[in-house]
Design a protein around this ligand. Structure first.
Ligand SMILES: NC(=O)c1ccc[n+]([C@@H]2O[C@H](COP(=O)([O-])OP(=O)(O)OC[C@H]3O[C@@H](n4cnc5c(N)ncnc54)[C@H](O)[C@@H]3O)[C@@H](O)[C@H]2O)c1
Ligand SMILES: O=C(O)C(=O)C[C@@H](O)[C@H](O)[C@H](O)COP(=O)(O)O
Length: 546
């Protein structure tokens, strides 16, 4: 959408006659302070007569030509909200124009009203030539059967308004417009989108598609209310849903738990065309992805992360897995999701300490790739540290957090797109994790992952400083930034020998040689550190002990 001198609509609304496109479109435009255009009104203005008059005088093909020309023009010169007439998207020229608009970053929103309600509304209003001549309800239904699959295909945003007032429907549309989308293109797997915003979960059915009949909805108990919402959306869309509750947090990331889920899938007749939806923190989405990767050698899955850490990191990138007695994430696979729906409304129930933990991975992405993240963290450290889910939604802090999530997911997408199976570049996402995973293991997983990574980054910074790759100021900056966010920067829970033994089982290690990723010169400049001197490895450990 960068072509000079042109403007494009913020969104285009399509839907059946009577779906409420004009009514809802006007509400949204008021809420967002945007201009609104209705294609039918613009056409009447242009041709100087009503649409029924134009139809009866010149016929439908002539009308469709006027309509598609006007739509093409408006898509290139109008910067507000644009609602199309009911039949407009059926014209091939309009479909092409909408496809170009989407390619340039546009949103075509299919307003999916309850067919019965929309039909009654359309027939009450009159002035609709497509319903003239006989049983209007039967005509509306016939048109619906023809148009619904086409609208479904050409729209890139779907909003179900069943049972909603126009105001409620408008809010849903507005949330979709304000949504942030990060595209993850992976060389050896299908591309997918990470959708971030209030109501992102509403994309569940379109992302899953119409192949699955059954969905395994895998979640933990603390996120029951969010999985209830997912279940309702899935059932409304006609899927058979198996609700599968797994043990919370790291206790859920075991092969024993995965085996229990496989048994359920077997008993309930899950086939290769069925799918998994994971709802919860990173532990739940890691396990859900692992089950999807392994059931019948791989079925479709969608992640709905509900913790900050899962939104910014765990749900995206396709690392799925379980822990073993020997350590963290030792059994798993690289298996990409079909989509990630980071619904910001779920953060309303997130406890403060689990939100703060997630900031560890956000800061990591700032250090390895996007210094703007560090700037935002510094500027908003007090508000972020004081996060309170109960009062969070709708505040300026929500925009700050959405920006941080989008930026962090972009960093992740950049690394996994180029190196899904972690041959080199992707290892930079592991900044702070060699020591972080050792701390988690030593603490029997009672330490939260993001907290352990925060200490692990201080360790990596100390090591880099000892070996002359960064200066002391940057090490101090690690400590001061992380502490200002409420994250720990030291650990004193075990001996160097025990920690070293665990670090030797890190997935980056090769043979008997340790491999770290460290900063080289400053934020955004990363290097691999192979087999560093043993005394530096130990000295850096002592420096994080206090
Ligand atoms: N696959 C990856 O690339 C990747 C990346 C980073 C982390 N991880 C993994 O993710 C896990 C850490 O994720 P996490 O920090 O989300 O921890 P977690 O999954 O253990 O969740 C923390 C706690 O918060 C609860 N919770 C989550 N969302 C909630 C909500 N909205 N409301 C109320 N409670 C909620 C969970 O049920 C749990 O009790 C670790 O296992 C880590 O190894 C994986
Ligand atoms: O996606 C990656 O690659 C990462 O390393 C992201 C990490 O933040 C994440 O904690 C990941 O689960 C660690 O993977 P592991 O392979 O070191 O177990």
């Amino acid at each position: 959408m960068s072509d000079a001198g042109m403007q494009h609509p913020v969104a285009v609304i399509i839907g059946m006659m009577g779906a409420g496109k004009t009514r809802v479109g006007r509400e949204v435009s008021q809420m967002m302070g945007l201009p609104f255009k209705d294609a039918d009104i613009e056409i009447e203005r242009e041709v100087g007569m009503t649409i029924p008059e134009y139809f009866s005088r010149y016929g439908e093909p002539a009308f469709r030509k006027v309509e598609s020309d006007l739509i093409r023009r408006t898509l290139d010169e109008f910067g507000g909200l644009f609602a199309l007439g009911g039949g407009a998207p059926m014209t091939p020229a309009t479909q092409d124009a909408l496809a170009d608009y989407i390619d340039g970053g546009g949103r075509v929103i299919y307003l999916q009203a309850d067919p019965k309600e929309a039909m009654e509304r359309a027939n009450r209003g009159g002035g609709r030539p497509m319903l003239d001549g006989g049983d209007a309800n039967a005509r509306w239904m016939r048109l619906y059967e023809q148009r619904d699959p086409v609208f479904d295909r050409i729209a890139n945003v779907h909003v179900r308004t069943h049972g909603s007032t126009p105001q409620m429907a408008a809010r849903k549309v507005m949330n979709m417009i304000e949504e942030r989308v990060v595209h993850v293109g992976v060389v050896s797997a299908d591309d997918y989108n990470v959708r971030i915003g209030e109501g992102a979960m509403n994309h569940l059915a379109p992302v899953l598609g119409d192949k699955p009949a059954r969905i395994a909805l895998i979640h933990t108990q603390p996120v029951q209310r969010h999985s209830d919402r997912a279940r309702a959306l899935l059932r409304q869309a006609g899927y058979e849903v198996s609700d599968i509750v797994i043990p919370d947090a790291e206790a859920g990331k075991t092969v024993t738990v995965a085996n229990g889920v496989w048994e359920r899938l077997g008993a309930e007749g899950f086939t290769r065309s069925d799918a998994v939806v994971g709802v919860g923190g990173g532990a739940a989405t890691d396990l859900a992805g692992f089950v999807a990767a392994t059931w019948m050698r791989g079925i479709r899955y969608v992640n709905c992360p509900t913790s900050l850490l899962a939104m910014v990191d765990a749900s995206t990138g396709g690392k799925t897995g379980t822990n073993t007695a020997a350590g963290k994430n030792l059994v798993g696979s690289f298996y990409t999701p079909a989509g990630v729906l980071a619904d910001m409304t779920t953060l309303a129930s997130l406890p403060n300490d689990i939100f703060v933990e997630g900031l560890g991975e956000v800061a990591k992405s700032g250090f390895i790739s996007d210094p703007e993240i560090l700037r935002i963290l510094e500027e908003h450290a007090d508000e972020l540290r004081g996060f309170d889910g109960a009062t969070f939604l709708g505040t300026p802090l929500e925009d700050v957090v959405a920006e941080l999530i989008e930026r962090t997911v972009r960093v992740k997408a950049k690394h996994v797109s180029a190196d899904l199976k972690e041959a080199g570049l992707r290892e930079f996402l592991n900044y702070g994790h060699t020591m972080g995973h050792a701390i988690e293991k030593m603490e029997h997983f009672r330490w939260r992952h993001g907290n352990a990574v925060a200490v692990g980054m201080v360790y990596a910074a100390e090591l880099a400083c000892l070996l002359g790759h960064i200066d002391r100021d940057l090490v101090d900056y690690h400590r001061s930034l992380l502490a200002s966010l409420g994250l720990p920067t030291s650990w004193n829970g075990g001996s160097f020998e025990d920690v070293l033994a665990i670090m030797h089982r890190d997935k980056k290690a090769r043979g008997n040689k340790l491999r770290f990723v460290v900063l080289d010169g400053g934020p955004g400049r990363m290097m691999h550190l192979d087999d560093p001197p043993a005394d530096a490895v130990e000295e850096a450990f002592h420096r994080i002990q206090h």
